[in-house]
Design a protein around this ligand. Structure first.
Ligand SMILES: *[C@@H]1O[C@H](CO)[C@@H](O)[C@H](O)[C@H]1NC(C)=O
Ligand SMILES: *[C@@H]1O[C@H](CO)[C@@H](O)[C@H](O)[C@H]1NC(C)=O
Ligand SMILES: *[C@@H]1O[C@H](CO)[C@@H](O)[C@H](O)[C@H]1NC(C)=O
Ligand SMILES: *[C@@H]1O[C@H](CO)[C@@H](O)[C@H](O)[C@H]1NC(C)=O
Ligand SMILES: *[C@@H]1O[C@H](CO)[C@@H](O)[C@H](O)[C@H]1NC(C)=O
Ligand SMILES: *[C@@H]1O[C@H](CO)[C@@H](O)[C@H](O)[C@H]1NC(C)=O
Ligand SMILES: *[C@@H]1O[C@H](CO)[C@@H](O)[C@H](O)[C@H]1NC(C)=O
Length: 378
């Protein structure tokens, strides 16, 4: 009797644990490490991330094989081992492309079966030989109807190749992710959402670069707010709106990761006393595109005694001193966005880029240990 009770207890406890396991899932916290930032991979506090993206590998425009530049090859081949020293369970992905890569190379690659095969086979080979757990596709951006169709074909072929490679090698299947535009349509051209949903494990939505002084010079505005304000004169775009568009297009919430920028943009105010959102401005404060890493923004704040404001309606931070005005995400915005991802049942969030954090203040806001969430697939 006693034995049977114990047995029943063990069985039901086991079933309970199984249920618990099946009904909870960790939110992913992705971080891009940009080799060109100059900050070594060994400096990443990898305990704060579940996935790290090693950026970027390139595509040879002639034969469409994926390559790692000679200046990055040693850093990339040791990346996984390096970041796993602090966090043995962190997953790493080799990221291909990026904002500075030529979109017409991707476009040409995706247009032909032979070039797609060169790209896919070499990407898989490179990921395996450099000990990555996956591949990340960062094509910025598919921008014609044929690009959209070809990206869908490419995505499905990549998935098929991953399945057969895993079967043939006996190794765990590689992860496949992509970094995509803020919304499921690129200036009214629909992305191939169904093929993407069926092919990718993670879809990193670049929910940032909504406003910057080089393309929105005459007023201050939030670079990456979660919400937008109507009748403000600013673009009617926001992170939430973009995520909703991807869900409406048929992408599972549990594939979507929202992007959080570890940078902002600095405008030059026309009048230092008129320093709110949508205040009159005259382009970039410091020349260039006005972008500043979060660590540089915090240094600016302490050196200039800048005033910092969190706007909870839009979900953005900004700070100003003299005639410099910087829109960015501080801990309040990051916390609100991480909660948004959690409350909406998204897979998680990712950040660009880890080296711009300031003593890990932003990354600790999204600490993966704190975000064990109930799994709700809808
Ligand atoms: C890394 O993050 C963990 C978790 O927040 C923290 O305990 C640790 O102090 C951090 N390490 C460094 C070097 O900042
Ligand atoms: C592609 O071109 C590169 C550079 O010319 C070369 O190193 C590589 O071997 C070529 N790969 C294939 C599969 O032809
Ligand atoms: C900004 O203002 C200048 C002159 O005041 C004007 O020429 C320009 O078109 C404006 N730019 C935008 C993007 O509205
Ligand atoms: C998207 O993918 C998920 C998981 O693979 C699947 O359950 C869901 O049915 C897919 N959605 C659509 C619209 O195909
Ligand atoms: C600057 O803005 C303040 C507050 O709106 C206003 O009182 C002041 O007249 C403005 N200065 C100039 C030169 O326009
Ligand atoms: C705006 O900035 C440009 C340089 O970027 C400068 O030439 C111009 O004088 C500025 N306009 C005003 C009104 O400050
Ligand atoms: C946020 O900014 C908008 C636009 O300027 C403003 O209407 C709103 O009152 C602000 N909200 C908070 C909480 O500061």
């Amino acid at each position: 009797m006693v034995y049977s009770n114990k047995f029943q207890f063990v069985v039901s406890f086991f079933l309970f644990m199984l249920h618990l396991h099946a009904s909870t899932a960790q939110n992913i916290i992705g971080g891009y490490w940009f080799a060109d930032s100059g900050s070594p991979a060994a400096d990443i506090n990898s305990t704060l991330f579940t996935h790290l993206f090693c950026a970027f590998a390139d595509t040879n425009p002639t034969n469409f094989t994926v390559t790692i530049s000679s200046s990055n090859s040693a850093k990339f081949s040791s990346f996984t081992q390096t970041v796993q020293q602090k966090n043995p369970s962190v997953k790493t992905l080799l990221s291909i492309g990026g904002g500075a890569s030529n979109p017409s190379t991707f476009s040409a690659m995706a247009s032909q079966p032979t070039s797609r095969k060169s790209f896919i086979d070499s990407a898989i080979q490179l990921a395996r030989s450099n000990n990555f757990h996956g591949v990340d596709i960062d094509w910025e951006y598919p921008s014609t109807p044929s690009d959209m169709q070809n990206f869908g074909i490419f995505s499905r072929e990549f998935r098929t190749s991953l399945i057969s490679e895993a079967r043939n090698s006996g190794k765990p299947i590689l992860l496949l992710s992509c970094a995509v535009f803020r919304s499921s349509d690129y200036y009214s051209l629909e992305m191939p959402s169904k093929a993407m949903n069926d092919s990718f494990d993670i879809i990193n939505v670049m929910s940032y670069d909504f406003h910057g002084p080089n393309w929105f010079p005459n007023r201050t505005a939030a670079p990456a707010s979660l919400n937008y304000q109507t009748n403000s004169g600013a673009y009617q775009v926001g992170g939430d709106q973009g995520i909703r568009s991807w869900i409406a297009a048929g992408v599972s919430r549990r594939k979507l990761a929202m992007g959080i920028p570890y940078y902002g943009y600095a405008w030059r105010l026309r009048n230092g006393s008129n320093n709110g959102l949508y205040a009159p401005a005259n382009g970039s404060a410091f020349g260039g595109d006005g972008s500043m890493g979060y660590n540089q923004i915090r240094a600016f704040v302490s050196q200039n005694g800048a005033r910092c404001v969190y706007n909870s309606t839009l979900v953005t931070d900004y700070c100003y001193a003299g005639t410099t005005w910087i829109g960015y995400d501080d801990v309040q915005s990051v916390a609100a966005k991480v909660n948004y991802c959690k409350n909406n049942g998204l897979l998680g969030h990712f950040v660009w880029q880890v080296a711009s954090d300031n003593n890990w203040a932003l990354s600790q806001t999204g600490d993966c240990q704190k975000f064990l969430i109930p799994f709700v697939d809808t």
